[in-house]
Write a protein that binds this ligand. Structure first.
Ligand SMILES: [Zn+2]
Ligand SMILES: [Zn+2]
Length: 395
């Protein structure tokens, strides 16, 4: 099927159905006409044979949702025929916004940007039937939205517990002033007179004819005379929206969180892009983190460490828990408080790792000094450095 066919032939008229006909109505109309003009029943009648071909062709296009859409768009864009009325002067009933929205993310510079997109469109429309431009239809089929990357700063607790954050996202959308055409308000792109909107020019080389992009419109089929001042003719503008994003529990500093389908909306019914959020996590005054575990350093007195004790240990959220440390606990020993760490993906939790730090009293009252002196006398026989000195000598 060639572009020329698209523009010259009124397939609706061929089948005798209105433009608004449903798929069912098209099917019925085709069947009825096909029976009437079928070559088997009209042998040798070349007029009826040609008519049958025309009916089949019309049905091929109109019964295929995608091709019917392309056909409708091509005809809307160019009026009712190549030689006839052109849409340049009057209204331009084609929604460029829809058309070009699909290229969100490509920030075209200058009018060339819009041109590329127009080229895309026309490449798609005019490529049917094997023209050699090598493009495929990409503007009308469903298109996935753009992936967006953003970042967020969380408190330590928000990162551990999960959090819902408000994000302002900026992505590219059709310029509102020109609805994506790239042409100044009140003007419309006009069909390129050189190639009559096909975007292609043929060149003869001896026995071969080559098709190449039209030089005057650079293959886009349209010419923008007055570029839109708001987008410099690119047809693109920034659009900003605010979304609520759920950051899952347990994210770390510098992690890249993927939120499926939270990126730019898709075009033509395509799925939305993904949103990637890089998380920055503020340090906590008390807690640290190693993977799924929270860490904390808990001060204990010499007597608590020596005699054993039940001590209160703070947790990230909720009342402190009681931790029993045994008699003779050395400085720096780490105790595990189960289930008080970071929430994992599967909902289970890591642990809280509490390391004890034995404190030496800076000042002593008289009674304490007396008691410690007594303790010192009682343990005078134990030299904690005896082994050290022995080992130092033996080397
Ligand atoms: Zn604009
Ligand atoms: Zn041209």
């Amino acid at each position: 099927m060639s572009t020329k066919d698209y523009l010259e032939k009124d397939y609706y008229a061929v089948l005798g159905v209105p433009k608004t006909a449903t798929a069912d109505e098209i099917k019925k109309a085709y069947r009825k006409l096909a029976r009437q003009y079928h070559p088997d029943t009209n042998q040798g009648d070349s007029v009826k044979e040609a008519k049958f071909k025309e009916i089949s062709e019309a049905n091929d296009i109109l019964s295929d949702t995608k091709r019917r859409k392309e056909y409708d768009e091509a005809r809307t864009l160019f009026g009712s025929g190549v030689g006839g009325q052109r849409p340049g002067g009057g209204g331009f009933p084609f929604d460029f916004g829809d058309l070009f929205g699909g290229t969100a993310g490509q920030q075209g510079g200058g009018s060339g940007g819009a041109g590329e997109r127009l080229g895309d469109l026309f490449g798609g429309l005019f490529n049917r039937g094997g023209s050699s431009t090598g493009r495929t239809s990409s503007t009308t089929r469903p298109r996935r939205g753009q992936d967006i990357e953003s970042e967020v700063t969380l408190t330590f607790t928000e990162a551990v517990e999960g959090s819902t954050v408000s994000l302002r996202l900026t992505s590219s959308a059709a310029c509102k002033s020109c609805t994506g055409t790239g042409a100044k308000a009140g003007t419309t792109p006009r069909v390129c007179p050189t190639c009559e909107g096909t975007g292609a020019a043929s060149r003869n080389l001896g026995n071969f004819a080559f098709s190449e992009p039209c030089r005057d419109c650079k293959g886009r089929g349209l010419i923008v005379d007055d570029p839109c001042p708001d987008c410099d003719g690119s047809g693109r503008a920034k659009s900003t929206r605010t979304i609520q994003a759920r950051i899952p529990a347990g994210v770390g500093d510098g992690q890249r969180v993927k939120l499926k389908a939270k990126g730019a909306p898709g075009e033509n019914g395509g799925p939305a892009g993904d949103l990637y959020i890089v998380t920055h996590v503020k340090a906590h005054a008390v807690f640290g983190r190693t993977g799924d575990n929270l860490t904390i350093t808990v001060p204990v007195t010499f007597s608590e460490a020596a005699l054993g004790a039940e001590i209160k240990v703070p947790i990230l959220k909720g009342l402190p828990v009681t931790l029993r440390i045994p008699a003779g606990t050395p400085n720096g020993r780490t105790f595990r408080v189960r289930g008080r760490g970071v929430t994992r993906k599967d909902g289970t939790k890591g642990d809280l790792l509490a390391s004890v730090e034995v404190l030496v009293p800076e000042t002593l009252d008289e009674k304490s000094r007396d008691l410690l002196t007594e303790f010192s006398t009682a343990t005078a026989g134990d030299d904690p450095r005896a082994e050290l000195i022995q080992r130092a000598r033996s080397e």
